[in-house]
Design a protein around this ligand. Structure first.
Ligand SMILES: [Zn+2]
Length: 101
């Protein structure tokens, strides 16, 4: 998921712990019925997260400073790529459905 200029950066004073973030990712993975091969957290310049063709997910360290709602959006977006590899109609419909509930 690309970082865009329009994205307002709202740093939290305290970062959420890595363990908590990983727990959020795992919880959503279960809900979506996907199993990431690997989950990594590392600094990324142009993206909030990426998904390799082998199912390895990488999240930007900066996400730990982002509000829960924004983290959730990025997590669900990236996990959903394990089901749908593009940003087509199905992807957008599923993303909306998961984020609205
Ligand atoms: Zn994407």
């Amino acid at each position: 998921m690309k970082k865009t200029g329009a994205q307002k950066w709202q740093p939290l004073e305290q970062a959420v712990p890595v363990d908590l973030f990983l727990a959020e990712v795992k919880e959503w993975a279960e809900r979506l019925g996907v199993a990431p091969a690997e989950i990594r957290i590392q600094p990324m310049k142009r993206k909030w997260a990426s998904c390799s063709s082998r199912g390895r997910l990488t999240f930007d360290t900066e996400l730990l400073h982002q509000p829960a709602e924004f983290r959730r959006g990025v997590i669900v977006h990236e996990l959903l790529h394990l089901k749908v590899p593009n940003h087509g109609r199905l992807f957008r419909a599923l993303l909306r459905a998961y984020l609205e509930t």
